[in-house]
Structure formats: structure tokens, C-alpha cells
Design a protein around this ligand. Structure first.
Ligand code: ATP
Ligand code: MG
Length: 417
């Protein structure tokens, strides 16, 4: 019986890996320019870390987490909570007033797999702890913007403000009253959650619920003075940096920890999976997890969706699997020498391969061709007796005899080592 990968879990095949590298390399380049440090955190955490931070009434915590029920541990569904846990655990706030961190890795959510939606997917997660400045919100969005430009992908930025513990209760009451009138038309999840967490109703993906809430009151109209100033300043700073955006009054995001600014970079090229990058401010989160009172903001970019966008652009080259030199050994006697030569040439920095099973010369020349070798070294026992090999330039087809002693110098010159 053939064993297949789990539904929603995908292999990233060699033909695609160059696109992943391109995303990761561009991310690292841009993040360095913005003075970020990479951190790597575990894939497994205590369940409570996620239920407390993301929120017990969210889709993620209610239905999407891979939790080992006997152990109370969970495969991380996102990275923010883990980074906060690490930040607190390593007392990072004591070392630097502002920490700029990022991480790249797999996340796990048990949702319905479809294009751009997997059960194991990957995120670039970027977080800044220690500043409440609205400039930072704008800086992070400009970072996202830079990364998309670097990759040649076009997206649009949508922003909103969710208010804070001072102004949200009032909005919550108004929203709850609005929802109560439509309760009978909402899905079971929304009915159940609406009392405790009415904002979740605005985030429901079901068409029936979306229709019901399209005229809902917007949190933007209920912001307190400080939140209102913050939001105005975020927009002013985005204008300053010439980052385009639109205000989306109904974007609430699927996680409970957000306050004030939330944002998404969206595309119309991936069907229902429109969000490529999403984030927001979470000023009370670190404190809520038992840490110091430190504000924070971050975003997560979905790498699968980014790779899909890159593929749509086409012509992103191939992964460079080509070798510099192929060594074709004739017969067993030549094999030892070839094997050692391969090792030596790799040690000076060349990409080298040979046929360990010493097939026919014809077959080996084919392998050299397929491998994209610039040169093939043909090693036969007669030549070995004379301390020489045959060197074939694979581009011109030209063949010359070369003394074994001269091989390293020849390749050093040919490949500029
Ligand atoms: P969506 O609305 O598409 O479910 P989300 O609000 O759940 O997204 P976040 O939790 O904020 O997304 O994660 C940030 C980004 O990670 C998303 O914008 C998306 O690009 C990516 N992402 C989230 N879930 C998945 C998934 N199951 N498969 C692939 N990418 C995902
Ligand atoms: Mg989701």
C-alpha cells in the first residue's frame, strides 16, 4: 500500500525550492536593512499560550489547532505568541528598549485545504516590541511594501483601527445591539460567540453572516481620542513614506489580541485566499502573558501565497542545479582515481559529480550533459598510466589531453577560483 502525505500537508519539490529561497533571501535582505534580528522558536508550545493570546472564541483556537489532548501541547498555529513567550522568558526587554525580531517557519492549522490554504503552511513573522509610536506602525507596513516590491509582486494595503480597552467596550455594546437584531440569521458559531466576543461575528467567512453584517457600525466611529490620534498619525506617516493604502472599516482580523492598528496586504489573484500578509498592534499581549508592560506590533506573511504569486509572474528562472565538472571514469581501475579527483575538486569549491556505478561512457556523457557540466574529465586506465586525462569542453565539444598535475590549476583559472 502506498503511503501518501496527509491532506493539507505538501512537499515543496526541488523545482519549486528556488522560489522559496528567493522569498527567504529577499526577506532577509530587506529585514537587515530595517535592522531586524532573526530568532528561531520551537514548533510545539503549551496549549495555553495560544488559547490565552489568540483568544478562546477564535476560529484558530476553537477548531484549527493541532493539540495533543493528553499532553496539553499544541503545534503552533502562528508565531507571535511563541515570540512573546521567548521575549518574556529570556528577559529580552531588559537588554534593549526596542527589539526587532523576525522568524520564518512552518505553522499548523486544521482547516479545509484548498489553493493557498494548507494545514502545514509557512510564515515570515515580523515583530517589534517596545514602541507605541504610530511611526512604527507605518514603518512596518512600509517594510511589507518594500518586500513585495523587491519580489516584484503587487498587492494593496488595507488598514483599520480596532480601538483599545478604553473605547472598545462602548463599540462592543453598539455592535452587540446590532447583532442581536439579526441573531436568527447568523450561523451557529456566530450566535454562540456573539455574547462574549461580538467582533468575531464581523470576521465570519460564511456568506450568510457577511450579508447580515455589511451595515454593521464601524469601530472607527467609536475610537477614543488617543486611538483616533494614533490612527491619524499612522495614516500621516504612511503618506510621508508614500505608501498607498485604503481604510477598510470592517477588517477585524481573526485573533483577539489586536488593538488599534490592524492591516492586510491583499491580492485579487488568489481567489478567496486574498490576504498575503496580515498584522496589527497588540499592546496588552506581553503583559497578559505574564511579561512586562511593553507595547508591540507585528505581521505574518504567508509564504505559500507569495510563491503562488511569483509563479503567476512566470519566468523566475530555474533552480541552479548545474554542475561545473563531471568525471567520467572508464572501468573499475579509473574509478578510484575519479572518486578521489571528485573529492579534491569539490574541496577547491567546484560543483562536481560522477557516476558511482561506472556505466558506459555514452551513458556517462549523457549524465554530464543533463547535469549541465561545463567540462567533463574522462579518466581511462591507459591515460592514467601516462598520468593524464582527457578534458572535454562541453560547450565547444573540444577535447584535449591534460596532465593530471595541471588539472587543479586549469580549473582554478577556468572558474576564477
Ligand atoms: P485567512 O483569512 O486567509 O484565513 P488569517 O487571517 O487566518 O488568513 P493570519 O492568521 O493573520 O491569517 O496569518 C497571516 C497570513 O498567513 C495570511 O495572510 C496568509 O497569507 C497566511 N495563512 C494563514 N493561514 C494559512 C493557511 N492555512 N495556509 C496558507 N497560508 C495561510
Ligand atoms: Mg484563517
Amino acid at each position: 500500500m502506498k503511503i501518501k502525505a496527509l491532506n493539507g500537508f505538501k512537499d515543496i519539490m526541488p523545482g519549486d525550492v528556488h522560489l522559496w529561497r528567493q522569498v527567504e533571501q529577499s526577506a532577509r535582505t530587506v529585514l537587515e536593512r530595517f535592522h531586524f534580528a532573526e530568532i528561531r522558536v520551537p514548533v510545539l508550545e503549551k496549549t495555553e499560550l495560544f488559547s490565552r493570546s489568540i483568544g478562546a472564541d477564535t476560529d484558530i483556537v476553537e477548531k484549527e489547532m493541532y493539540t495533543f489532548v493528553d499532553k496539553q501541547i499544541t503545534m503552533r498555529p502562528e508565531a507571535t505568541a511563541s515570540l512573546m513567550r521567548a521575549y518574556i522568558e529570556h528577559n529580552m526587554h531588559g537588554r534593549k528598549a526596542v527589539q526587532r525580531l523576525f522568524t520564518i517557519g512552518p505553522m499548523f492549522r486544521h482547516e479545509r485545504p484548498q489553493k493557498g490554504r494548507l494545514r502545514q503552511f509557512h510564515q515570515l513573522d515580523v515583530e517589534v516590541l517596545g514602541s507605541a509610536s504610530p511611526r512604527l506602525d507605518a514603518e512596518l507596513m512600509s517594510l511589507g511594501d518594500c518586500l513585495f516590491s523587491e519580489l516584484g509582486v503587487s498587492t494593496s494595503l488595507e488598514i483599520n483601527s480596532l480601538g483599545c480597552p478604553d473605547c472598545r467596550p462602548q463599540y462592543r455594546r453598539v455592535l452587540l445591539a446590532f447583532i442581536k437584531e439579526r441573531l436568527d440569521h447568523l450561523c451557529e458559531d456566530c450566535r454562540r460567540r456573539s455574547q462574549r466576543n461580538p467582533l468575531r461575528v464581523l470576521d465570519c467567512k460564511k456568506q450568510g453572516c457577511r450579508v447580515q453584517v455589511q451595515d454593521a457600525p464601524s469601530v472607527i466611529d467609536y475610537l477614543c481620542e488617543n486611538c483616533s490620534i494614533h490612527f491619524t498619525e499612522v495614516r500621516r506617516n504612511l503618506d510621508l513614506l508614500e505608501v498607498d493604502y485604503a481604510v477598510n472599516k470592517f477588517m477585524v482580523r481573526g485573533l483577539d489580541y489586536y488593538v488599534r492598528t490592524t492591516f492586510e496586504f491583499v491580492t485579487d489573484q488568489l481567489g478567496a485566499q486574498s490576504a498575503v500578509c496580515a498584522g496589527g498592534r497588540y499592546d496588552g499581549l506581553i503583559e497578559m502573558l505574564g511579561g512586562p508592560k511593553v507595547p508591540g506590533i507585528g505581521f505574518a506573511m504567508g509564504i505559500e501565497r507569495l510563491v503562488l504569486l511569483l509563479k503567476r509572474l512566470g519566468d523566475h528562472g530555474e533552480q541552479n542545479e548545474e554542475i561545473d565538472v563531471f568525471i567520467a571514469g572508464l572501468g573499475e581501475e579509473a574509478a578510484d582515481y575519479s572518486f578521489k579527483l571528485m573529492h579534491g575538486l569539490r574541496a577547491i569549491g567546484l560543483r562536481v559529480d560522477m557516476d558511482l556505478d561506472t556505466r558506459s561512457l555514452k551513458s556517462q556523457m549523457k549524465q554530464a550533459d543533463r547535469g549541465g557540466a561545463g567540462y567533463t574529465v574522462i579518466v581511462g586506465s591507459q591515460e592514467l598510466d601516462k598520468q593524464q586525462v582527457v578534458l572535454r569542453n562541453m560547450k565547444t565539444g573540444e577535447q584535449t589531453d591534460l596532465k593530471i598535475d595541471a588539472l587543479t590549476d586549469f580549473f582554478s583559472a577556468a572558474f576564477g577560483l
